[in-house]
Design a protein around this ligand. Structure first.
Ligand code: SF4
Length: 181
């Protein structure tokens, strides 16, 4: 069950990553985002599933490094220390995004990319509603696995994740996860 939740979650992480890959491949002239860009790195909390996913990596590489004074705690020298395991919202940074909540039908973009008006295929525009809905579903499945469905609406500060300060049920499942590797 845990492996299935993680597989689904990681599939959606890759799904988001492919939008950036496609943009870099097909119209790189509109992508000014590059390593060292940290304009969007102000995330301060994640849900239980993402706290778990990040913590499994920190367990291996030791997350107790010096952290940034402002912005996200995982940002060091303008680089993400958990880039390969960064939360889903971080994977949408810099992309053309679309949501049903928007009052107009145009896709929104970050301040660095897509500065020039262009006609662009919808395959480059990420539907954030689908991403959010699936993340909520996977997180709820994870919280039910923990025996704590009410945790589905809770957030954990990234600072606490970086220090290994986690709710007991997540700490327990991390131990199980590494024992089964
Ligand atoms: S987790 Fe990484 S990509 Fe996301 S806000 Fe923090 S430093 Fe930036």
């Amino acid at each position: 069950m845990l492996s299935e939740i993680l597989r689904n979650y990681r599939t959606w992480c890759l799904y988001c990553d492919r939008f950036l890959d496609a943009a870099l491949r097909d119209h790189p002239e509109h992508i000014n985002y590059k390593a060292g860009c940290s304009s969007c790195c102000e995330l301060d909390s994640v849900n239980y599933l993402e706290a778990f996913a990040i913590s499994t990596v920190l367990h291996i590489s030791n997350g107790s490094q010096e952290t940034n004074r402002s912005g996200c705690v995982f940002l060091t020298d303008n680089k993400c220390r958990i880039y390969s395991s960064r939360p889903i919202i971080c994977r949408t940074h810099g992309l053309l995004l679309k949501s049903n909540d928007q009052t107009n039908s145009a896709a929104v973009n970050c301040m660095h990319n897509y500065k020039q008006p262009l006609k662009i295929s919808s395959r480059f525009i990420l539907d954030t509603d689908s991403v959010t809905l699936n993340l909520i579903r996977f997180n709820m499945a994870f919280c039910m696995l923990l025996g704590d469905p009410e945790a589905g609406s809770k957030r954990i500060y990234l600072k606490d994740v970086s220090l290994g300060i986690l709710p007991g049920e997540i700490a327990g499942i991390i131990t199980e996860y590494h024992a089964g590797m």
